[in-house]
Design a protein around this ligand. Structure first.
Ligand code: SIN
Length: 329
């Protein structure tokens, strides 16, 4: 059959359209977070990007935006609901606007160590909390560890009275506010990206964070004392918006989820080492003294902070608090 020129032109246009459809732009997953790349969350993000590139390179592209480059944690969830970001992993302390239940993770001296946190997160109750954000249009895809929090300050904090009247930066959590109220200290809810400058200019006296964050954000350079209190946990929930997540083609969603699970496991495995490495680097710097508490001193901090539990039991749910406590055994 002979084709005339107009027919040939129509045929090439059809072929072009078909190949353009096949080579459609990949789905973009923007992962916005606030910490440095060399942290458990930063490394988890890089691993996720690599795995997705290996397995879904032509269909899905992961873009990483660390160090609050795109959004701070207080804005990222709003941006996600508007479709501007597809993945985030805010600290569990930053979800209070969306659910009260996750505040369980902020209760002081609830978990004896990160292994207990892991047991709780893997338990039936812990897993059910991944759905706590669904009514707000967010999907919890997994927990990621950073580690246990320490207190840093411009003067030594050995007993709770040492914190009396001092100003501390906290994440956006009423439990954390109550924890510092219990010490007769002043707390300020401020974004992570502002903490260094607040400490450097002495607008605040201290803050609470993991060694990994204290090191990677250089807080130790402007905080001469770090009390190894392990009084709370700083972990993350990896989240996406239900609209984006459920809108992914089923096969793609399955592959993305398995890449994410592997990346989270990788970040979790790395987290303890990252904190130990950071602690050693702080010691080696000689810029900040690490204060270890003896049993009697530690008990004073427990006695001062633990009454906070009672204030939040109704909001969080006593059953959830009990399940978290069980994970210590
Ligand atoms: C983070 O680790 O993502 C930030 C923690 C903080 O805001 O202190």
């Amino acid at each position: 059959m002979r084709l005339f020129k107009p027919a040939l032109t129509a045929l090439s246009a059809a072929i072009l359209m078909a190949s353009t459809a096949v080579m459609a732009d990949p789905i973009t997953i923007k992962f916005s977070h606030v910490v440095a790349e060399n942290t458990p969350k930063g490394q988890m993000g890089k691993k996720f990007q690599e795995l997705v590139a290996e397995r879904l390179g032509d269909q899905v592209a992961v873009e990483l935006y660390p160090s609050s480059q795109l959004y701070g944690d207080d804005k990222v969830l709003e941006a996600m609901l508007l479709g501007d970001v597809q993945l985030a992993a805010p600290s569990l302390s930053k979800f209070q606007k969306y659910t009260d239940q996750l505040q369980v993770f902020d209760l002081p001296f609830l978990f004896k160590d990160i292994e207990a946190v892991e047991r709780f997160q893997s338990s039936e109750t812990g897993q059910s909390l991944l759905t706590a954000l669904e009514p707000k249009g967010l999907v919890g895809l997994g927990y990621l560890h950073n580690g246990m929090k320490q207190l840093s300050a411009s003067s030594p904090l050995t007993v709770p009275d040492d914190a009396d009247g001092k100003k501390f930066r906290i994440m956006t959590s009423d439990v954390l506010e109550a924890q510092f109220d219990a010490l007769d200290a002043v707390s300020l809810k401020k974004p992570f990206s502002e903490v260094f400058i607040l400490l450097q200019t002495k607008a605040i006296d201290g803050q609470e964070n993991t060694y990994s964050n204290i090191y990677s954000q250089k807080f130790f350079e402007v905080q001469p004392y770090i009390t190894e209190s392990n009084h709370g946990v700083l972990d993350y929930m990896v989240v996406s918006s239900a609209r984006f997540w459920n809108g992914l083609p089923e096969e793609v969603r399955g592959e993305v989820k398995s890449a994410l699970d592997e990346a989270i496991a990788y970040g979790n495995e790395l987290s303890q080492a990252k904190n130990l490495e950071a602690k050693q680097a702080i010691i080696d710097s000689g810029q900040s003294e690490i204060i270890t508490l003896d049993d009697a001193q530690r008990q004073q901090w427990v006695d001062a902070m633990k009454p906070v539990w009672g204030e939040f039991a109704d909001d969080i749910g006593q059953d959830i608090i009990d399940a978290a406590q069980d994970a210590n055994r």
